[in-house]
Design a protein around this ligand. Structure first.
Ligand SMILES: [Zn+2]
Ligand SMILES: [Zn+2]
Length: 201
């Protein structure tokens, strides 16, 4: 198991080799997003396999596979949900010696290009981004997930909590009343009457 996936591109850059390969398994990935360190968690060791071929000049092509079982949170109850992904990787690369942190750049063709500087390329950010792009935006652990009680945070999938028993739905409606200017207020024929000026006698 490797802590950060790396591929050595020195020989490729010196033109003493036509391709470079790397493979291994990852139990998590650290990557940076918006200046903060993030961790992508996997349910089991995730195999990756990458090869990079020289295209001439400063350009190369990376291809390979990455098959993580992502751990995401249920959008309603926050329990862990396993999301298996089978990624086929295929990305143009460009070597720019002055680049410190590898980044993805959108080419004019709309294709993404992985730009890097150091010959020993850390693939963490690239693999994390590929996985996040392929993952659903949100998941439910079960289509019928009941979520959490908004008062106490109790997981309603484990059964009702005291708040549901204490506050029947009708009572909640009465307490909240009808907000002014809401559809209900406008549709209520008696709402208009309240504004009528009754002549005084
Ligand atoms: Zn859930
Ligand atoms: Zn509750």
């Amino acid at each position: 198991m490797t802590d950060s996936p790396r591929i050595h591109l020195g020989a490729l850059l010196r033109s003493s080799s036509d391709d470079a390969r790397a493979q291994g398994t990852l139990d998590h990935l650290h990557y940076e997003q918006g200046g903060t360190q993030q961790t992508l968690r996997f349910a089991e060791p995730a195999p990756f396999e990458v090869s990079v071929n020289a295209l001439g000049g400063h350009e190369m092509y990376l291809q390979g596979s990455f098959e993580p079982v992502l751990i995401m949170e249920c959008a309603r109850c926050l329990r862990d949900v396993q999301v298996p992904l089978e990624l086929r990787l295929g990305t143009l690369m460009r070597h720019e010696p002055s680049v410190n942190t590898p980044f993805l750049e959108e080419a004019e063709s709309g294709e993404e290009v992985l730009v890097f500087g150091a010959p020993e390329l850390d693939l963490s950010a690239y693999l994390a981004e590929s996985a996040l792009l392929a993952a659903p935006l949100s998941v439910l652990h079960d289509e019928a997930c009941k979520g959490l009680c908004q008062v106490c945070g109790h997981d309603l999938n484990d059964g009702p909590c005291e708040h549901m028993a204490q506050v029947p739905v009708e009572a909640i409606d009465d307490e909240l009343g009808i907000p002014e200017g809401s559809v209900h207020a406008r549709q209520n024929p008696f709402a208009a009457l309240a504004d009528l000026k009754v002549p005084e006698e």
